[in-house]
Design a protein around this ligand. Structure first.
Ligand code: 3H9
Length: 694
């Protein structure tokens, strides 16, 4: 082996140990595949070697194929051949798994004749999350090993199976009893010398009722809405019951290439790397000091405050919930208890964890109780005067070195920070509702926010199980600023003749988690209304959010008041189109002189989605986001943008700036839509043939 190879071999007695050392996650890059082939050849031809162990250095077993190679033409040796070579070995081969054996990594383990795992290890085939299917015989070997039903569960969900569950399912053979995986692997490999190889390819798939596959198809179709890879996975596993092993692998290979080359997989891979790129922030590195956060105070015991509080307790922090009166505090405490209870019912939290968590909760009306807390998150009413008053009091009450965060969704962080004598400690932490579930956390840096406070917030996001994205300070930051453009277009389209349920259906079918009108009703039409009332910079356009304003003024706030853009039956969240609203829209359009016409599905998609792209481009021009991919992460994780389209900016790249600029010019010509002004960045990209990814 050349010295630079990430794969090495050493013999201990009769056992050859092959070690893969390819940080950070031992992905199966070309040189790893090549190294494995060379070492296998060496072990096979070595007469002293009677069994072989494959294991990894570093924090994990192989995490899969090297996803970064997927945009390049494949290079030999192919993973399928590597796995086949392992299995063909005439000496028993043992996979010694620690960390996670994922995707191609688990397929390597399935090529091995036996599998030993550390007690805290996990295995999985998460390819579906990247729009792929296991393409190195996973769909053919796993059903033979653990049965069709369980194999489908694992491959279709992509979920990791902890060692103990993997053992029960038969996916692994043994779990270590102590901490020394290598020593136990060595001992086990010696035992296996007498057993000889045991090849999964020679096993039969246990017969199943063929109707099972169509049942799975039905379930998947409803859940995955147009994704290609789940259907290919089902077909490939189905073929494992119909074809011999080699023919099954051939079919799997074809599906695998098709999936890999699909725009869906390219978008999902983009999302994977985009979510990892957000932690790389200019001016912050591993040497940046981070403040320790053990105790958190949340100001405001409403739904949002309680959700943030619950997430903080789950992250192991002490929590003080502050509000002005007993009634609000009791309600907040009840909400947190209810969230724990629901967690227990769903099996996510144990009773003991609930009791221990609730023990860390204190409620108070007294700011003096905040003197020792490490972080305060203000979640009071979205009003500048109120927020400034709160921050003034926090400045008086809190210790030096506290982080003072506001959960504002739109307001100026610098103005809030100016209410304190320590603007360097003030930051925006914009949670999304429901705060204990939504993965996005917009981390808003003010002009004076220190790098230390930003780095600490990024770390906190991880502890809370969230994806923290650092953004700049402007009205609505990244997410809500873009939402404004998207919502404005929806509102205009209503007046131009597109019914609310039609717009919602078109955008839902396109992949959005929810149409904008159903979303408005869910969020509450009063929320946006109050924010617009407070703004002094609204455009001089009588059609601007006209219908939403009218509904809010009539007390039609959405789901919470039983009617908004839609009607809701008692206790139901299903939107029912309301003819009265349609009549109101029609007569308002007439009054405002907006001509109603038939509007195509394509126009709805273009106008709403291009509004996002145009505002996203302006946000980049203004430096509010540093990377286009950060915007994608925000929209995928906070606003239900379809992940398989990669986020609005990635989607723009798949269309090209030329087409988008042409559409913007076309919209500008529609009477009343003159606000579709030229976006300089898009013009530049059109001229130079570049993409946001560049
Ligand atoms: C596959 O296997 C296809 C085959 O079936 C068939 C082929 C024919 N490749 O997540 P982290 C990087 S498809 C390249 O922050 P953690 C990642 O970008 C693959 N790079 O760490 C990051 O880089 P950076 C199926 C990868 O501890 C760094 O590693 N496998 C890969 O929170 C650390 O990552 C999967 O889908 C990769 N495969 O979580 C597993 N994986 O430092 C994908 C990671 O530059 N990976 N990187 O930002 C994971 O789920 C998590 O990374 C893992 C560790 C759980 C392993």
């Amino acid at each position: 082996m050349s010295r630079s190879s990430p794969v090495t071999i050493a013999r201990k007695g009769a056992v050859s140990i092959i070690t893969i050392d390819n940080p950070p996650v031992n992905a199966l890059s070309q040189n790893v595949r090549e190294g494995l082939m060379t070492c296998l050849e060496q072990a096979t031809s070595d007469p002293e070697t009677r069994s072989i162990v494959i294991h990894c250095a570093g924090r994990t077993f192989i995490a899969g194929a090297d996803i970064r190679e997927f945009d390049r033409p494949p290079e030999a040796p192919h993973l399928l051949d590597v796995v086949a070579t392992i299995e063909a070995c005439d000496k028993p081969v043992l996979a010694a798994i620690h960390g996670t054996a994922l995707g191609g990594g688990f397929e390597v383990a399935l090529g091995c004749h036996y599998r030993l795992a550390a007690a805290d290890a996990a295995v999985g085939l998460p390819e579906v999350k990247l729009g792929l299917l296991p393409g190195a015989s996973g769909t053919q070997r796993l059903p033979r090993l653990i049965g069709v039903d369980k194999a489908l569960d694992m491959i279709l969900t992509g979920n990791h199976l902890p060692a103990i569950a993997a053992l029960e399912a038969g996916a692994i053979d043994k779990i270590t009893t102590g901490d020394d995986l290598e020593a136990e692997a060595l001992a086990y490999a010696e035992e296996l010398i007498d057993s000889g190889p045991r090849r999964i390819r020679d096993m039969d798939v246990q017969p199943v009722d063929p109707a099972l596959f169509d049942e799975r198809r039905k379930i998947i179709a409803a859940k995955t809405r147009g994704l290609i890879s789940p259907e290919k996975i089902i077909r490939s596993v189905e073929l494992s019951t119909q074809l011999d092993f080699d023919k099954g692998c051939e079919a799997e290979r074809e599906f695998s290439v098709e999936c890999k080359e699909s725009p869906q997989s390219s978008a999902l891979r983009h999302a994977f790397f985009a979510e990892r790129a957000v932690s790389k922030v200019l001016g912050i590195d591993k040497n940046t000091t981070k403040r320790e956060i053990h105790s958190i105070a949340v100001i405001g015991a409403g739904t949002m405050g309680a959700g943030i509080g619950y997430a903080s307790l789950n992250a192991g922090c002490e929590l003080i919930l502050i509000d002005n009166d007993d009634e609000s505090l009791e309600r907040g405490q009840k909400t947190i208890e209810g969230l724990y209870q629901a967690g227990v019912e769903r099996g996510k939290v144990t009773n003991a964890q609930m009791d221990e968590g609730l023990d860390r909760l204190t409620i108070s009306q007294d700011y003096a109780d905040l003197r020792d807390v490490d972080l305060v998150i203000e979640a009071v009413f979205e009003n500048m005067t109120i927020k400034k008053a709160v921050f003034g009091k926090l400045d008086e009450a809190c210790k030096k070195g506290v982080i003072l965060a506001t959960n504002t969704s739109t307001l100026d962080i610098d103005e809030i920070a100016a209410a304190t004598r320590r603007p360097e400690d003030v930051i925006g932490l914009h949670f999304f509702s429901p705060a204990h579930i939504m993965r996005l956390l917009e981390i808003v840096r003010g002009t004076d926010t220190s790098n230390e406070v930003i780095a600490s917030s990024l770390e906190l996001a991880k502890r809370l199980g969230k994806i923290g994205v650092v953004v700049g300070n402007c009205f609505g930051f990244v997410g809500n600023r873009m939402l404004y453009g998207y919502g404005r277009e929806n509102q205009r389209l209503l007046l131009e003749g597109a019914a609310p349920e039609y717009i919602d259906k078109v955008l839902f079918d396109w992949g959005m988690a929810m149409g904008p009108n159903a979303m408005g009703d869910l969020a509450g039409l009063d929320v946006g209304y109050k924010i617009r009332q407070e703004r002094t910079d609204l455009p001089d356009d009588p059609t601007f959010y006209r219908i939403a304003d009218m509904l809010a003024e009539q007390g039609r706030f959405g789901q919470k008041s039983g009617k908004g853009m839609y009607l809701y039956e008692q206790g139901s969240r299903t939107p029912i189109p309301d003819p009265e609203v349609q009549e109101m829209i029609n007569s308002e359009a007439q009054r405002l002189g907006v001509e109603q016409r038939e509007i195509s599905e394509d126009e709805i998609i273009e106008r709403c989605i291009f509004a996002l792209i145009a505002e996203g481009a302006r946000i980049l021009e203004d430096g509010i986001a540093t990377r286009a991919s950060d915007i994608d992460v925000i929209w995928i994780n906070g606003y239900g943008f379809p992940r398989h389209r990669g986020g609005p900016m990635h989607y723009a790249d798949t269309i090209g700036a030329e087409k988008i600029c042409e559409a913007l010019a076309r919209f500008r010509k529609i009477p009343g839509l003159e606000y579709w002004t030229v976006v300089e960045l898009l013009k530049y990209m059109e001229k130079n043939g570049t993409r946001f990814a560049d």
